[in-house]
Design a protein around this ligand. Structure first.
Ligand code: C5P
Length: 217
């Protein structure tokens, strides 16, 4: 039997660029454990909103340690309010430290049934999985991202307006690109994938071609 090679895929991207959809389809195709790392910051943000701004670090520590991947599917995490709060809590050095070991463990020690891992976020290519076999920076124009997020929120029956969504994505970009700790950036060794004018299928095929070429060589 041919032993499948263990592969690690790292993706960084600004908000609503389509990285999550892409990462999910890649993970499914290559049987990789998928982790949307933004959801962990969103869980912390939601906890903060519910606790009315009092964040207890030792409570969070326990929460992250016992985190179940299923809890990342909670629909409450998808709101714009939680996303914006997540980009604020993600500036905190202690909070980032808290979630790093969970993310690193998913990337390097996925359950045996998987052939590797695929993580997406803001600091994955240079902080969490710096030795990833494949690194991508997935982006799209601001307007395209705002349109996509607006559509997503509408489907969730969230009553946000397009201009509100555009404003909140701009704010998030500002927070994510300019923060001092682990800012969003494209590393030199990441391949740029601009999804503005590409269908989901076209994006997937573009990445698949790159991965297949390397694993079959
Ligand atoms: O990807 P998503 O929009 O769910 O991320 C929410 C926020 O979490 C981002 O705006 C970013 O500030 C933060 N984040 C981060 N590092 C990651 C993933 C997300 O700082 N690896």
């Amino acid at each position: 039997m041919v032993k499948k090679k263990f592969i690690k895929v790292a993706i960084d991207s600004p908000a609503a660029a389509g990285a999550g959809t892409l990462a999910k389809s890649i993970s499914k195709h290559y049987n990789l454990l998928y982790l949307d790392t933004g959801k962990i910051y969103r869980i912390i943000a939601l906890t903060k909103i519910k606790q009315k701004n009092k964040l207890d670090i030792s409570f969070l520590k326990k929460k992250i340690k016992n985190l179940n991947l299923k809890s990342l599917q909670n629909k409450e995490l998808l709101s714009d309010e939680v996303g914006t709060e997540a980009s604020l809590v993600a500036k905190n050095k202690n909070i980032r430290k808290l979630v790093h070991s969970f993310q690193i463990n998913c990337a390097y020690n996925p359950p045996k049934k998987f052939n590797g891992s695929c993580l997406d976020g803001r600091d994955i290519t240079y902080k969490i999985v710096p030795d990833a076999d494949f690194k991508f920076f997935v982006t799209a124009s601001l307007k395209v991202r705002a349109k996509r997020r607006f559509k997503e929120l509408k489907n969730l029956s969230n009553k946000s307006s397009y201009s509100k969504v555009l404003k909140s994505i701009k704010k998030r970009d500002k927070n994510d690109y300019n923060r001092r700790i682990s800012p969003l950036k494209k590393t030199k060794d990441s391949m740029l994938i601009n999804t503005s004018n590409l269908s989901k299928r076209a994006c997937f095929l573009k990445i698949k071609k790159i991965i297949d070429k390397k694993i079959n060589s």
